[in-house]
Design a protein around this ligand. Structure first.
Ligand code: GDP
Length: 551
């Protein structure tokens, strides 16, 4: 038996979520740098990002695939050097077309870092991912990135959380300077300023808060204490008694309130300028939950139908959820799994209770930014990739052979957009069928059907970009030669409103808005009433607040 390296208290499974361009990739890259897994800043620049495995992502500069990367954090001042933390970073895609992948990732992580653009504050997709994280009870900290950018405004960013997300969020740090003058960060809890002492922001030193900011820093600490006391009785008691609140007391109260989803600590930085990322990692450890701090995962016993609470415990029978299938150029098909309880050894058998098959795990891998390690055993609360599971698809439950459970499998909404694809030759038809099968296994929101009238193959999904990428992958990876029709809105019957302008509508088929709502842009028909479905453009997912009452 292998030995568990990191106790559960020192394990964090986190995701980084953001509106596109807020700096998720850059922040992730810096995290990997500071946790020692990549050795040179810029190593992942210019489209060679380590988290983005795939060609399209490189070319388009967006993150689509949900991979998981394992890193080790020793602390800002190496305070955990002897007993470091394992931080598994589950990559959550940033584009609205891939919200299903975001949701899938959100299920398997315990906490998240929401990255905001400090010049923009909360943006539409921030609202979308925020809402999804709330649905899955994911505690969050907020990193206001790009404090060096023109127009950066930390206070505005914090306010935008109050206004647009309507949440109890307050700063635990305050930036010193903004835009070109952004130079350091005040820790409001300890009332110390931290300044970088080298160019790469590797080493920092605590200094006194500049005189002109002292009053502000005290005021902001009070705001923080009040916001946390509002939702934490212990802190409220102290506060009302007018007692001095110590650093440890305040940190403990922030942790309780954050885990209870009653409070969201906000930090300031610039990933690009190498500022604030290490302190943010400390906050991940300090305020985000470990696997034992979250609610038990509810599974079902397929025989009795009874609910079973899964709590991370190595002595229990193994139960895990396959949350991502990827094809790796070197080792082939990888099944990423989150182990909820028990342990799994390489070479052993698992039961796939979703497909009712028994499969052998050939090897187990832990993926790092630039390397992978083969492990003998994966423990509860951890994440690993298995090689050898040929029949497992995303959302499948994997359990001990004699302790079968169904881990609430993901339900996927009906596709909203489709296009016809016509293979050039008979050989291409076969390649196409194979490609569709493989791609649908990776991404269950992607489907194929046959047009009953023309016999054409239709591929369907959640957005134009997703289908674009699928077609691109069919060509590149599966050598399919085909002509592709124009994207069409699927499920036309869903839109029956009579309206005259562009707007947001609830998607009525499949999921009833559960996965967000679809923005459609349309032209009125000639009578000026109703609209042509052919002109509709599915624009992605929008917050419910924007949906007018026309339904
Ligand atoms: P993502 O779409 O959220 O993954 O965002 P990226 O990390 O790809 O960043 C989008 C753009 O913003 C890139 O051009 C980055 O170089 C830039 N960027 C990221 N972080 C910062 C930052 O802290 N400051 C500034 N000025 N630009 C940044």
């Amino acid at each position: 038996m292998a030995k568990r390296e990191y106790p559960l208290e020192r394990t964090r499974n986190i995701g980084i979520m953001a509106h596109i361009d807020a700096g998720k990739t850059t922040t992730t890259e810096r995290i990997l740098y500071y946790t020692g897994k990549i050795h040179k800043i810029g190593e992942t620049h210019d489209g060679a990002s380590q988290m983005d495995f795939m060609e399209q992502e490189k070319e388009r500069g967006i993150t689509i695939q949900s991979a998981a990367t394992t890193a080790v954090w020793h602390g800002f001042f190496d305070q955990f050097a002897k007993a470091p933390y394992r931080v598994n970073i589950i990559d959550t895609p940033g584009h609205v077309d891939f919200t299903i992948e975001v949701e899938r990732a959100l299920r398997v992580l315990d906490g998240a870092v929401a990255v905001l653009d400090g010049a923009a504050g909360v943006e539409p997709q921030t609202e979308t991912v925020w809402r999804q994280a709330t649905t899955y009870d994911v505690p969050r900290i907020v990193f206001v990135n790009k404090m060096d950018k023109m127009g950066a405004d930390f206070e505005m960013s914090v306010d935008s959380m109050h206004e647009r997300l309507q949440v109890n969020a307050e700063a635990i740090q305050w930036p010193i300077g903004a835009e070109d003058d952004f130079e350091a960060v005040i820790d409001l809890i300890t009332q110390e300023a931290y300044y970088p002492v080298d160019d790469l922001g590797e080493k920092w030193e605590p200094r006194e808060i500049p005189a002109e900011l002292k009053e502000l820093a005290e005021e902001k600490r009070n705001t923080l204490v009040e916001a946390v006391a509002d939702v934490d009785d212990d802190l409220m008691e102290k506060y009302l008694e007018g007692e001095e609140i110590s650093v440890d007391e305040l940190k403990a109260a922030i942790r309780r309130a954050t885990l209870a989803l009653q409070f969201y600590p906000v930090l300031a930085g610039s990933a690009y300028k190498d500022k604030g990322v290490q302190m943010m990692l400390d906050a991940v450890v300090d305020y985000l939950p470990g696997p034992l701090d979250v609610k038990p995962y509810i599974a079902n016993d397929p025989k009795t139908g009874e609910e079973v609470d899964l709590i991370a415990d190595d002595s229990k029978p193994f139960a895990a959820l396959a949350f991502k299938i990827m094809t790796d150029p070197f080792v082939g098909r990888l099944t990423f799994m989150r182990v909820y309880t028990g342990t799994l050894q390489s070479g052993s058998y698992v039961q796939n209770t979703s497909s009712d098959t028994r499969e052998r795990v050939g090897r187990l891998l832990q993926m790092h930014a630039t390397s992978r390690t083969e492990i003998e055993e994966v423990f509860s609360g951890d994440i690993a990739a298995a090689i050898g599971l040929k029949n497992t698809t995303t959302g499948d439950s994997l359990t001990a052979v004699d302790h079968q459970l169904i881990l609430e499998s993901m339900e996927f909404p009906e596709p909203v957009i489709e296009l016809a694809i016509e293979p050039k030759t008979k050989a291409d038809q076969d390649k196409l069928s194979n490609a569709i099968q493989k791609l649908a296994e990776e991404d269950p929101s992607f489907r194929a059907t046959t047009n009953p009238e023309t016999g054409d193959t239709l591929i369907a999904g959640m957005g134009e970009l997703q289908l674009d990428i699928m077609v691109d992958r069919m060509r590149r990876e599966f050598n399919v030669e085909a002509t592709v029709g124009a994207p069409q809105v699927a499920y036309r019957e869903a839109f029956t409103q009579t309206v005259e302008a562009r707007g947001y509508f609830k998607r009525q088929s499949g999921g009833k808005g559960q996965y967000g709502d679809v923005y459609i842009e349309f032209s009125p028909n000639e009578e000026g009433a109703g609209f042509e479905f052919e002109d509709a453009i599915v624009g992605g997912v929008v917050p419910r607040e924007y949906i007018p009452s026309v339904e």
